[in-house]
Design a protein around this ligand. Structure first.
Ligand code: 13P
Length: 248
């Protein structure tokens, strides 16, 4: 049985003190929540976020990591550093990182492997552009992202990974994919995973939808057969809205 995960990706928003205040506000609102709750602030907010979330049901994740253990990689953050400060999850391969920071399917794969090596749960992002959807290559494109991202990963590790399907055209645009559109891609991702591993493994991997998820559409999306929660940007910056999503 897959547990719903409501994950907030704060992107480049909030300072450490704002992060602390927002998590303190959210804590009470999601205290009785039966779904898993995750907040992913920026690196500099992580220690404050971990401290504020202590003793609550809110988990903390990073938005990126480097794929090497350590070394001459100016400006980068390692899995070990994240682990030591109490981070449990890490977003990998968000489309904004692929677009603005030249991440490739290969670096995404290396990062997923690195996260697993340090017991961090990867939230692995995939998703097509509007052009790709119009060219009717959505399924092929996402299958290729998934196949490369899971390359070299055992099925014991694969079930730890959370996949987030985020159509690029739906991110920050207010244009949510319909539940059917989102579900058919999530279902295809699961079929792709069943092809790589087996039905049982695929059935145990959580697949989230992301892209303009809000308090009004979350419940319908999360009720779909192959959608196991959401990766939420804008609405996760509003504790009232995000708590409604968490409780959806
Ligand atoms: P929005 O919810 O703001 O569209 O962002 C989605 C997203 O990119 C989450 O990672």
């Amino acid at each position: 049985m897959r547990k719903i995960l409501a994950a907030g990706n704060w992107k480049m928003n909030n300072t450490p003190s704002q992060a602390e205040a927002m998590i303190n506000e959210l804590k009470g609102k999601v205290a009785g929540c039966k779904n898993d709750v995750l907040i992913c602030p920026t690196y500099v907010c992580l220690p404050a976020a971990v401290k504020a979330a202590e003793g609550s049901n809110i988990k903390i994740g990073a938005q990126n990591l480097h794929f090497e253990d350590k070394g001459a990689f100016t400006g980068e953050i390692s899995a070990q550093m994240l682990k030591e400060i109490g981070v449990e999850y890490v977003i990998i391969g968000h489309s904004e990182r692929r677009e603005y920071f030249a991440e490739t399917d290969d670096t995404v794969n290396a990062k997923v492997i690195q996260a697993l090596k340090y017991d961090l749960i990867p939230v692995l992002c995939c998703g097509e552009s509007l052009k790709q959807r119009e060219d009717t290559i959505t399924f092929d494109f996402i299958r290729s992202q998934i196949k490369i991202a899971f390359r070299g990963i055992s099925k014991e590790d694969a079930v730890k990974i959370v996949v987030a399907y985020e159509p690029i055209w739906a991110i920050g645009t207010g244009k949510v994919a319909t539940s059917e559109q989102a579900n058919e891609v999530c279902k295809d991702i699961r079929e792709c995973l069943a092809g790589i591993y087996d039905e049982e493994t695929a059935a145990n991997i959580r697949i989230l939808y992301g892209g303009s998820v809000n308090k009004d559409c979350a419940a319908e999306l999360f009720a779909m057969s192959d959608i196991d929660g959401g990766l939420v940007g804008g609405a996760s910056l509003k504790p009232d809205d995000f708590s409604i999503i968490c409780n959806a």
